[in-house]
Design a protein around this ligand. Structure first.
Ligand code: ASP
Length: 507
């Protein structure tokens, strides 16, 4: 299947779905729809010249070759094995074509498009997934429009359109980022939406591309690769009012379970019932599950800590999924855990924007008391004087191009705080980056005042979140290992489970 650069063409990969279905009994229009073959799809494609293996589009000929999964399926029957097969096919033919079109059932298309976005690393060519709500052979079908337009986006170079080097989903005249789409209609022709990101392209009389949104192609030295790593022992769990903590515990006890996508209310909220939160903590701390919080809402994002009803999840170690779709959260989790990341590293990795699936990255810089072990609680006692914390783990998770990113917001988070002196708790301390006492300074940088916390503890357990965007600039500028200093001012003695600075960045 070698091709010259002048005639790169498109590879069409057929997986099944409504687009290719036929009536089980061709004489009975009420007989069930079952997957048909690739031949009838090509036979229904206007402008396709089967002998030349070319399709005429926009007055130009595009080489079009087609392959089918061994057994075309309704997408409800597709899964990890098929995602791998699709990634393998694209990997095997990557150099032979200028773009790829995948024909897919609509039901689970958003999972496949999300998963492929993560599996295909340093993608420089368009991979466009499409399907239809009516079979291609039916008179009033949306299939031809979707398929021909998908081919136009995939053959962008030949046809003179801007190339979109991403996994995209083409449906009803719009091209969406694959790891942002959701199926929103079970039968309407506008079957898909990308609620948190405008379309990358539109097809009217002309093809239009929103260049500002399209991801930049990888640099010359970044080689295309296919990652087959995927963890499949995962669960998507949608909360509802009255959900029983015992049910959660039973689910979390499932042998082999590694991760949970938690679909919460609104901006990431959940019950504050101590038993519910104890069950979540059991899942994260005792069962070691990676848990990510995404919203049940179609649009908007999770902001853990904004409401009291999400503070407990943050304290328990649930990762905030920002504006991730559930499909992207699940498949990203599969990749992150499949690549062998564990515990805090997996949680940190989940918060980085890998393929444009979320609007920003969160880099966590963790701290622990000087010379103490990682998972011991941090204690702040009045009589002990200032508590100095040092960085724990890699600065910016070894991400070198960090400096090129734009800092949007930074927070200091002291999580899961308990008073350890038995008195009714009162928080009263000052926080510095580096040490305020110049005489004893060990830090290479001058101290920066981050703020004073002075308030009663509001619950049994509490979080402190300070916005430190302005002060955090120096962390990025110097790249030095910062220390964090807590200076007690006569409040309660405290035990803190987790102290970190979260830097929210965009490209
Ligand atoms: N059940 C079909 C599928 O997902 C629906 C469709 O393609 O529209 O395969």
């Amino acid at each position: 299947m070698a091709a010259t650069t002048h005639d790169a063409g498109v590879l069409l990969i057929y997986t099944g779905g409504t687009i290719g279905t036929v009536r089980a009994d061709p004489r009975d229009p009420l007989s069930p729809l079952i997957p048909g073959g690739l031949d009838q799809i090509l036979a229904s494609l206007p402008g396709y010249l089967p002998r030349d293996k070319r399709i005429i589009s926009g007055g130009r000929a595009v080489r079009l070759e087609a392959v089918s999964l061994e057994k075309p399926l309704d997408s409800a029957d597709l899964g990890t094995r098929d995602w791998r097969e699709l990634a393998r096919l694209i990997g095997a033919h990557y150099d032979d074509y200028e773009g790829f079109v995948i024909l897919h059932g609509t039901d689970t298309l958003a999972y496949t498009s999300s998963c492929l976005a993560f599996m295909l690393e340093n993608l420089a060519k368009p991979v466009v997934i499409t399907g239809s709500q009516r079979p291609i052979g039916e008179t009033r079908s949306d299939a031809v429009q979707n398929l021909v337009t998908a081919i136009e986006f995939a053959a962008a170079r030949t046809l003179g359109h801007p190339v979109i080097p991403e996994v995209g989903v083409l449906f009803h005249h719009q091209l969406f980022r694959g790891c942002r789409v959701r199926k929103v209609n079970a039968d309407g022709y506008e079957g898909f939406a990308s609620p948190n990101l405008p379309p990358l392209g539109r097809a009217g009389g002309r093809i239009e591309v929103n260049r500002a949104l399209v991801r930049r192609p990888p640099g010359k030295s970044a080689r295309f690769a296919v990652s087959m790593a995927s963890e499949t022992d995962l669960l998507v769990l949608e909360l509802f009012p009255g959900i029983k903590p015992a049910v959660l515990r039973t689910l979390f006890d499932t042998p082999g379970l590694k991760g949970v996508v938690l679909k919460t209310f609104g901006a990431g909220n959940a019950p504050t019932d101590p038993e519910f939160l104890a069950a979540i903590k059991y899942g994260v701390r005792e069962k070691g599950l990676l848990m990510v919080n995404v919203t049940q809402c179609l649009q908007g994002e999770v902001a853990q800590g904004r409401y009291r009803t999400s503070a407990g999840l943050l304290a328990a170690g649930v990762v905030g999924g920002l504006d991730l779709t559930p499909e992207a959260a699940l498949t990203k989790m599969g990749l992150v855990l499949g690549q062998g990341f564990e515990g805090r590293d997996a949680a940190d990795r989940m918060q980085l924007d890998l393929r444009g699936e979320q609007r920003a990255s969160l880099y966590n810089i963790h701290f622990r008391p000087v010379a103490a072990e990682t998972d011991r609680p941090i204690t702040l006692r009045g009589e002990d004087g200032p508590l100095v914390l040092e960085r724990d783990g890699d600065l910016f998770q070894g991400n070198a191009p960090y400096k090129e990113k734009h800092l949007v917001q930074a927070f200091l988070r002291l999580l899961d705080i308990e008073t350890s002196d038995g008195r009714r708790g009162r928080l009263d301390f000052k926080v510095y980056l580096n040490q305020p006492d110049a005489g004893e300074a060990t830090a290479e940088e001058p101290p920066t005042y981050l703020g004073r916390v002075s308030r009663p503890l509001t619950g049994g357990r509490d979080n402190v979140i300070l916005e430190i965007t302005r002060q955090a600039e120096q962390l990025i500028d110097t790249g030095h290992s910062p220390t964090l200093t807590l200076v007690p001012l006569g409040g309660s003695d405290l035990a803190i489970q987790n102290a970190h600075i979260a830097l929210m960045t965009q490209d």
